[in-house]
Design a protein around this ligand. Structure first.
Ligand code: ADP
Length: 178
């Protein structure tokens, strides 16, 4: 496939729960128990059934390891039909396979989306909040992984990078030229 990958990528500044998509990706924790940041916003929008589904999954699999991803419905969340939960790496300075694990988050989430033939998938800036991954390095890894995946796969048709912080959004804008 030879086409301009940027035509399949969007960047957006705002709340991921306001982005219409087939799947919103959640920067979850290993116990899928909800929390603050984007995880809290997604759980709040999706409601109680999401907590129940997540604890059901954890009962089966134990924990979700960094880099892995699982899908659930989005229940009460009006803008998305599904949630793809992935656990980002905790930033420890960069020599602990952080980039590899972060790339796996994007790759494994995209594999699920491709398998389901989703059109639109929205990603938050995984790990750049309380997991302390520097936002520039995080976007470099995310953009590279997503571009590589889209070149090889027809689905998802579109990936939306959602930023909550203006500085990260501006960096992505500059880097992609979008
Ligand atoms: P992590 O534990 O992976 O670092 P956080 O939720 O702490 O996850 O932060 C990840 C990124 O998501 C941060 O850049 C944060 O600013 C951003 N964020 C927080 N709330 C939202 C939201 N409602 N929509 C989109 N991004 C959000």
């Amino acid at each position: 496939m030879d086409f301009d990958i940027n035509s399949r990528i969007d960047i957006f500044l705002g709340d991921i729960t306001s982005v219409s998509c087939d799947a919103a990706v959640n920067a979850a924790n290993s116990s899928l128990s909800g929390g603050g940041g984007v995880d809290g916003a997604i759980h709040k929008a999706a409601g109680r059934k999401l907590y129940e589904k997540c604890s059901e999954i954890i009962k089966k699999i134990g924990t979700l390891k960094p880099g892995e991803a699982v899908i659930t419905p989005a229940y009460e969340m009006k803008t998305a039909s599904n949630i793809i939960h992935t656990v980002g790496p905790f930033w420890k300075g960069g020599n602990f396979k952080e980039r590899e694990v972060l790339s796996s988050c994007y790759e494994n989430s995209l594999k699920i989306a491709a398998d389901k033939k989703f059109d639109r998938v929205a990603f938050p800036a995984i790990s750049t909040g309380v997991y302390f991954y520097p936002y520039k390095e995080a976007f470099d890894a995310a953009y590279e992984t997503v571009s590589r995946f889209l070149k090889k796969n027809e689905f998802p048709k579109k990936v939306i990078f959602v930023f909550y912080e203006k500085s990260a959004f501006e960096y992505a804008k500059k880097k992609t030229g979008l």
